[in-house]
Ligand binder design. Sequence first.
Ligand code: ARG
Length: 232
Amino acid sequence: TGGDSGSDTDVINPGTAPGFPPFEYTEDGELVGFDVDLAEAAIERAGYEVGEWTEIEFDSLIPSLTQGNIDLIAAAMTIDEERQETIDFTDSYYESDQAVLVREDGELNPESVDDLADQRVGAQSGTTGQDEVEALVDDGTVNADDVRQYDNYTLGVQDLENGNVDALIIDIPVARNFADGRAVSIAFTIETGEVYGMGMRQDDDRLADINDALAEIQEDGTYDELVAEWFE
Ligand code: ARG
């Protein structure tokens, strides 16, 4: 309606990084997943309109948000202090630790990070999984040359199956999803205590409405329905 520059604040354009099933991935060319449904439900429940979804690489999400190309990140993004320097997060909506994914053939059967010594280890660029990989380089377990970085975990899993990397560090629910159907399996998990939040610009006061909507969605059973749909 109104013609001035603030007039489209009722539209929230979400962005995500697919290739992270069951949170966000493409199926028959269509973006689907738990985060997609949850974000749309929250936006609508908060009284806003779901704009257009943008699909980009994970490490481009925060710059896209701060530049205003998207208004909300729904990408299984862990709430962490470094990110909170530039963006705000909604209240947390999912908990996850990290998993170490290896080839199913059982050739490498690590039981702890020590068993990853001198192996090729990878993660998606810009993720907390990558932070774990870097910690292994810093403490001398993994050689810097043996680190593999992927634009998305789908490429990482392909490399793992093909023998081009020996282990991937990846959020547990997504590791489970890949292990179910691909030639990979979870060797062990790393307790990180991560929780996911949706990201919004620090000056966007619609965040409070999205938080209220998320709380409602959790109270009225919508959240549980989505969990049942995407995780079982
Ligand atoms: N939770 C991890 C992080 O925040 C990984 C998220 C990756 N998400 C994605 N859509 N690819 O760093």
